[in-house]
Design a protein around this ligand. Structure first.
Ligand code: PMP
Length: 362
């Protein structure tokens, strides 16, 4: 019998674990005078030069370059690697999917912290592998000691997310090095650094320099957040050629468009301007966090372009209150609420409602 929550399948025999899998859920649309703070997007409009580069990539009667070589070469130069040691995906979420498929199938285990990025569990299920979720520590950060201890002979992949979505916590460099030393060399470690450019915490891990010493490490980054290209879908993986080749073998061919590559290249060329915007978002984030601490919130220090409000069992009601005030946020009941750092004009409203909420918490 099919699982009870499976949709009617017109008699088609679906994989039961897929029939039971919820589709990716996207935040609600904001009211015209409201703010969409639910997807950790960049609030700035695209730079004119980047928009022009996209428009100039007009030969879309042709397929794109399958390996996005021009972008790989540009990233390779920047990170002191060869172009083969860079792999481009249609968003870094595509790269997460590929690395899971490349390493893990039925009977294999994928270890990651929980809560972390919502896409991990579904992608593990799609691969037919088994998720092993290690609870975050009480301070909402990864428990790397427990994650290393969760590795068994069946483990093929460990995913570490720093800064962690949705809690915003970082993994310390020192802790990560000790963790890598504990992981068997035939188990792949993926360090998901989707929010790397927003990190100001000096203790935080930077995966890139570690690549030279670890053949079982892949670092993921994206153009979606700091570079503001979420709608174009482009992210990259840095790591050993053998692992990236396996990821390439699982990829849906030709899914990185020429427009996405052109936008990413133009964004790297305009990096000074884009990183100036990132500095504004960081300043806004730190000001919001200072305001929250003053209001009495026990919130973890944010290192991405978002903050985490630990609202516990009051999460749904608190998110509804924010929604009524025009702020669309991401609720993870019964744990907390993730709020993206968006437009400057959203800050005052956010701090006004957060104060109401914290006062109403027991
Ligand atoms: N990793 C993390 C931790 C994320 O939060 C996100 C986006 N929400 C992604 C990966 C994927 O981003 P994209 O596919 O847009 O690069």
């Amino acid at each position: 019998t099919p699982p009870s929550n499976a949709a009617p399948s017109a008699g088609i025999r679906l994989r039961p674990e897929i029939a039971a899998l919820p589709a990716y859920r996207q935040g609600r649309a904001a009211a015209p005078d409201g703010f969409k703070l639910s997807s950790n997007e960049n609030p700035y409009d695209p730079l004119p030069g980047v928009a022009e580069a996209v428009a100039a990539a007009s030969d879309f009667n042709r397929y794109p370059d399958a390996s996005a070589l021009a972008l790989r070469e540009k990233l390779a130069e920047r990170f002191g690697r060869t172009a083969d040691e860079v792999h481009i995906g249609a968003g870094s979420v595509a790269l997460v999917a590929q690395l899971i498929l490349a390493t893990s199938g039925p009977g294999d285990e994928v270890v990651y912290s929980w809560r972390s990025f919502e896409a991990y569990p579904g992608l593990v299920t799609v691969a037919g592998a088994t998720s092993v979720q290690v609870p975050n520590r009480a301070d909402h950060s990864h428990d790397l000691v427990a994650m290393a201890a969760a590795v068994t002979d069946a483990t093929r992949l460990v995913i570490v997310c720093s800064p962690n979505n949705p809690t915003g916590t970082i993994v310390a460099a020192e802790e990560f090095s000790a963790f890598l030393a504990d992981i068997p060399e035939d188990v792949l470690v993926v360090l998901d650094e989707a929010y790397a450019e927003f990190v100001t915490e000096p203790r935080a891990v930077d995966g890139v320099p570690l690549l030279a010493r670890h053949q079982n490490l892949v670092v993921l980054r994206t153009f979606s957040k700091a570079y503001g290209l979420a709608g174009l879908r482009v992210g990259y993986a840095l790591g050993p050629v053998a692992v990236l080749d396996a990821a390439r073998a699982t990829a849906i061919p030709l899914s990185v468009t020429g427009q996405a590559s052109a936008a990413a290249i133009a964004s790297l060329d305009a990096e000074d301007e884009l990183l100036e915007r990132v500095r504004h978002i960081i300043a806004r984030r730190d000001a919001v966090y200072a305001g929250l601490l003053e209001q009495g919130w026990d919130a973890p220090k944010p290192s991405g372009n978002f903050i985490w409000l630990p609202t516990g069992e009051h999460t749904t009601a608190a998110a509804e209150r924010l929604f009524e005030a025009g702020l669309v946020v991401r609720a993870f009941a019964p744990e907390g609420i993730r709020v993206s750092i968006g437009e400057e004009e959203s800050v005052e409203k956010l701090l006004q409602i957060s104060e109401e909420i914290v006062r109403s918490l027991p």
